[in-house]
Write a protein that binds this ligand. Structure first.
Ligand code: THU
Length: 128
């Protein structure tokens, strides 16, 4: 069965600007209205200014007024499915909480997990 969210992440991955790592990632987030927002990784010659696909997708969505994220998809060309990095887990938690996360590769391998299982005991606004 095709999943529009995964398809969107697969498609946007091709826009990745990854000349340094050659590691292309696509991400897509579904908001409370069902609208899909996408992002790819955008690298920089300074390396440290690189932004991951997940953060590009969520920042694009938030800046357009989207909220209430229901699902997040991440696609990369790896046999072991690529999970969001630590920084992205923190950012996703901020806007999505314990959201459903769909990890996929280019060969149709896919796994659905919750962000909370990757990011237990998160620091968030509830502590402030
Ligand atoms: N990257 C992502 O975009 N998302 C991930 O989940 C893992 C890593 C990017 C950052 C960098 O451009 C490249 O992959 C290698 O780390």
């Amino acid at each position: 069965m095709t999943d529009a969210l995964v398809e969107a992440a697969l498609a946007v991955r091709l826009n990745a600007h990854a000349p340094f790592s050659k590691f292309q990632v696509g991400a897509a987030v579904e908001d409370s209205t069902g609208k899909i927002h996408t992002g790819c990784n955008v690298e920089n010659a300074t390396y440290g200014l690189t932004v991951c696909a997940e953060r590009v997708a969520i920042f694009k969505a938030v800046s357009e007024g989207a909220k209430g994220f229901r699902r997040v998809a991440v696609v990369a060309d790896t046999e072991t499915l690529t999970p969001p990095c630590g920084a992205c887990r923190q950012i996703l938690w901020e806007f999505c909480g314990d959201v459903e996360l769909v990890l996929s590769n280019l060969h149709g391998k896919t796994e659905t997990i919750r962000l909370g299982s990757l990011f237990p005991r998160a620091f968030d606004a509830s502590f402030l």
